[in-house]
Design a protein around this ligand. Sequence first.
Ligand SMILES: [Mn+2]
Length: 355
Amino acid sequence: MNRFEERLARLRAELAKTEAEAFYISGAPNVAYFTGKKGNDCALYVTQKEAFIITDFRYREMACELTWLTFWEWGTGRSTYDFINSRPEKTIGVEKDRLQLSVYLDLLAKCPEKKIVPLKDIVLELREVKDEYEVEATKKACAVAMKAFDHMCEYLRPGLTEKEAAAELEHFMKMNGADDLSFDTILITGAKTSYPHGVPGNDVIKKGDFVTIDYGCKVDGYCSDETRTVAIGSATQEMKDVYEIVLEAQLTACNNIKAGMTGKECDALARNVIEKAGYGEYFGHSLGHGTGLEIHENPRYSQNNNEPIKAGTIVSIEPGIYLPKKFGVRIEDLALVTDNGIINFVTAPKELIIL
Ligand SMILES: [Mn+2]
């Protein structure tokens, strides 16, 4: 069994617990989980005995190479709905979280003999705990990203715009093994660093600024995610003090998170440090999130998550303090959760770097 067949077996075990005889999967990352390809414009139809990939001529050759799936081609007068109507299964599960509403309405209208059942997203749950291939791919992506951070420590200087610096970072990652970006690069400077998800613009990097870089790349389909905040030329005492609080919060979380704690307990490790220092109201997001084929996956390290964190999940650990109109600091690593603690994939330095 290859890893995709193993995943299909796990999917079937979950599917058996529902009323659905087949599962129609069209969310691109969910499709990618069973194909190892990007998954755009492809769908899967999985029963207890069979598994189909449904796509068109553009992906014909690729689809035929996926020997664990049977290819069914739409286009030239036949649609996915014809395929579904040709099948013996009566009850068909669909992804509640991922199916486009128009496709759902079409399924209801064009497949009137079928019972269409929105299911909780089984595939997202399967994707939460990573296998060895996924761990290795994530590590590779983190290694490329860390090399790019070293490069940026050489490259960043006053006079560059945020967009220029972001372009350099992205180009460097692509030239050093990245297949793609994990998400739109956040590279912001000065007072704008108080925007947790600021967008790089034409603002010019100046001496005495913080620069926050939250970025990542994909290798073999898997995302890295890392944030570092550096100072350019100098930093005020307030900047240094806030940086130290965020660092202590981040290190406290890294040193204490382990499988079995709830998402809320993990979040509290960092939040308590920041609250005690008097900056609680300036840490308005959660501590972290899972990553994988997508940049935001389960589990969540948030105050709302009372579920225990599983071993084998890959999560970000990213506290921050954001002072409007002044500056912000965030430090983020990405780590594998085990029963004994975390294995941190990001080993880039975390003490304040003044370039
Ligand atoms: Mn993140």
